[in-house]
Design a protein around this ligand. Structure first.
Ligand SMILES: [Cu+2]
Length: 110
């Protein structure tokens, strides 16, 4: 039975290989497909307040198409605090909004 350890090793290696392949495919799928329930929309509005520390911006916005949101004033977190650098209160902006089923996130604002 000298060959048994070798066969066991080959079996383990090929099983590990198949697993690694599955994992990389799974990661690939996660990167390309949007998260379940993810929706996006675009809106325009007027900036009311900017919180550079928290990374949020309060916008008096019109209806947001794609997200079923009517006109209102609300605060949104931004994807990257650096996005707030050039914004000023009372500035008119266009923004892209993502909703993951729970939270809103501004992914683009100008
Ligand atoms: Cu709103």
């Amino acid at each position: 039975m000298k060959t048994l350890p070798l066969l066991t090793l080959i079996a383990a290696l090929s099983a590990g290989g198949a697993l690694a392949q599955q994992e990389s495919m799974g990661q690939h799928g996660m990167q390309t497909a949007p998260a379940a329930g993810q929706k996006t929309g675009k809106g325009t509005g007027l900036i009311q307040r900017i919180d550079r520390e928290r990374g949020t911006v309060t916008i008096k916005h019109g209806p947001v198409k794609g997200l079923n949101m009517s006109a209102m004033t609300m605060s949104f977190p931004v994807k990257d605090k650096a996005m707030l650098a050039k914004l000023q209160p009372l500035q008119k902006v266009e923004f892209a909004l993502a909703f993951d089923g729970k939270d809103y996130l501004i992914t683009e604002i100008k």
